[in-house]
Every structure is written in structure tokens, then in C-alpha cells.
Design a binder for this molecule. Structure first.
Ligand SMILES: [Zn+2]
Length: 190
């Protein structure tokens, strides 16, 4: 009986987690159901590929959410073809300490709740920023951006007018991981 209770609790936790993930602010919210007009308003969100945390494998975003949003302060940019064939713009930005990051801008991402927005040295003028860290392992995954006027202290995550910039070296696409595993399996079987 005790065992059954544990089993039930575990399943309830799984259901709770999944329902959190798929709630209104989740990654999988269809653009059609959001109030702003998205790039593809008539389409349901079909998951192409997941971006996952390179450190722990936690889901971070979807390749569907890649945005063409340029920073006027970027040192340069290049195109990267994702495993799905979709093109992503990789921009190189530099912080005030001279550290450079290659970033990919996405509409939505899964970050841990962190405090207060910063208005200083934003790579996207007109937007405040805060860190995006992995909800599971706390690895620094990138930054969240929100228009200055709505970047209030009680707002933990960007609105539909905001976005996320993910550090390309700290995320990896699940499709790519799977292709590596398939290749490894094929080699082992030979
Ligand atoms: Zn992680």
C-alpha cells in the first residue's frame, strides 16, 4: 500500500511538472493563441527540435522560436544551419569586461526565476536585461530582454514584446545529440 502511495505521488509530481511546462507561459504555447500577432499566426507550434542545456540536458527552448533580431552593438554575425534545416543568426557581443559571447535570439526560453532587470549596457537599446540561468543546474544560458517600460520588478520573465538571447556554446540541439547517438550506435553495430 505504501508502495502504491509513493507511485501515485511520483506520478502526480510528473503530471504537475508537465502541466507547468505546458501552461500558458510555457514553451509550447501556440503563437496563434497568444494575443500579439506572431510571425506565423495561422500555424500551430509543431515542435521542430529542442535546444537543451549543454550541462544537464534540461529543455531550454525550441528551434521554432529562433528570431531574426539584430543587436546594433554586435561585433559580427553569421548564419548557423540547425539540425532541422532552419537558419539561426549567431551574433557576437561583448560585455563591459571584454568577454565575448556568441548568442542566438529566441522568442521564448525556459530560465530560472531571477531578480531585477538591469538598464545598463544593454546590447539591445530600449530593452532591459537580466540573466537566464538553467532552471535545473543554474548554468548561465544567456539573458532575458524586456522593453524598458514593462521591465518592472514584479515581472520575472519577458512579455511577448521581450525575447531571450542564448549563448550558443551553452546550448545544444536535441536533434544533434540524437544524430550523434545514432552515429555511435551505427559504428558499434558495424
Ligand atoms: Zn542545465
Amino acid at each position: 500500500m505504501k508502495c502504491n502511495e509513493n507511485w501515485l505521488m511520483q506520478n502526480l509530481l510528473v503530471i504537475f511538472f508537465v502541466s507547468q511546462l505546458f501552461s500558458t507561459s510555457s514553451l509550447l504555447e501556440s503563437p496563434a493563441s497568444s494575443s500579439s500577432s506572431s510571425a506565423e499566426p495561422s500555424q500551430e507550434t509543431l515542435v521542430e527540435d529542442f535546444f537543451i542545456c549543454r550541462s544537464c540536458g534540461h529543455d531550454v527552448s525550441l528551434s521554432n522560436f529562433v528570431l531574426e533580431k539584430y543587436s546594433p552593438l554586435a561585433l559580427g554575425s553569421s548564419n548557423q544551419t540547425l539540425s532541422t534545416g532552419r537558419e539561426a543568426i549567431v551574433q557576437e557581443v561583448q560585455n563591459t569586461l571584454g568577454i565575448r559571447f556568441k548568442i542566438i535570439v529566441v522568442e521564448k526560453a525556459y530560465c530560472a526565476k531571477v531578480e531585477s532587470w538591469s538598464l545598463l549596457h544593454s546590447w539591445f537599446p530600449g530593452y532591459a536585461w537580466k540573466l537566464c540561468v538553467c532552471p535545473k543546474c543554474r548554468t548561465h544560458l544567456g539573458w532575458m530582454f524586456e522593453p524598458l517600460e514593462t521591465a518592472t520588478s514584479d515581472r520575472y520573465f519577458p512579455t511577448e514584446k521581450g525575447f531571450y538571447a542564448l549563448i550558443s556554446s551553452n546550448i545544444i540541439s536535441e536533434g544533434y545529440v540524437n544524430s550523434l547517438l545514432m552515429r555511435e550506435k551505427a559504428l558499434r553495430n558495424n
